[in-house]
Design a protein around this ligand. Sequence first.
Ligand code: NAD
Length: 368
Amino acid sequence: MAAKKLLILPGDGIGQEVMVQVRRIIDWMAKKRNIAFDLSEGLIGGSAYDVHGTPLSDETLADAMAADAVLLGAVGGPKWDDLPFESKPERGLLKIRKEMGLFANLRPAVVFDALVDASTLKPDVIAGLDIMIVRELTGGLYFGQPRGIETLPDGQRKGVNTLTYTTGEIQRIGRAAFDLARKRAKRLCSVDKANVLECTVLWREEMIKLQQSEYQDVELSHMYVDNAAMQLVRNPKQFDVMVTENMFGDILSDCAAMLTGSLGMLPSASLGAVDASGRRKALYEPVHGSAPDIAGKDMANPLATILSFAMCLRYSFDMDDEAGLIEAAVKTVLKGGLRTGDIMQPGQAKVSTTVMGESIVRELDKLA
Ligand code: NAD
């Protein structure tokens, strides 16, 4: 089998520390599961600006375009706060997502048994939760034209944004979501506001057409976004996969994330189109930022990034067994009572970033 081309971009702050732990897992997979990785590492964000004068160099972007998958830490920090807008670390992140054409953002919300008390919701509402939100990432209200602020003849000012989707845009995010549902419990809930917004009437029609023509084995339901927000906190376990437009997804995925209670545990994937060679561009990253308040102190929780690598194995490399091994190792280590500061609970053992990473590797050794 050809080696899997994996580009690692640790970025800034705790991004660099958590990625050291992910490298341990990658090494373990290479040695113990005989997976051939073609690994390279690059700079993004503030660390790229310091060396190249830009948060994303053309070379790094070219490497990302050529990779089978990109694994990213986090960018940003106070050191670069006063840079001009175009040079800010976050611009590097937006540019790489845009250039790679990553239109599907996958945000799982999984509650680990050992962390059931970390949520603000009652344990019986969230115990065993495992849902996936698929957010359209390159269209909708955040990109639609016309947009802007204008001054009217009577002196008032008017702000405009436009919600637009073409059938092609709806179908490609729809297929990504249906494919995902097929790998899970085969239930997809499409979230719209078809009672008010024509654009989402089209969204609903296209989802129904797709289901009828290509995905009859997946159960499709529809929900208005306001109800979806309520249902997510009332009874989140009713969902398996949810798919929705950009802004609705932005809000709902953060809401779902907080059901789990901890930023340090949340992975994500962003996927592009399948190209002629059958390869899908993909970028995997934790939801959290560079956490300048704890950077360099060996305190960060590496599990969100480790779980992002598990998503990479599952969605880019079709290695469900290996992804499952990592997820099982995370569950067992948490059950054993090890906690980084962000998920610390009374009676558990507080450990460093390094010890958490080493513990996951030890657990993989036992599981394999
Ligand atoms: P943040 O996610 O970096 O931190 C928020 C809080 O959560 C902090 O108290 C931090 O210590 C804690 N935290 C975050 N991740 C953690 C982890 N893995 N383990 C333990 N604790 C963790 O968000 P912020 O403070 O708003 O932003 C800091 C910087 O990160 C800013 O420059 C911001 O622009 C950038 N940022 C980057 C990304 C990204 O790279 N995707 C995302 C969000 C923010």
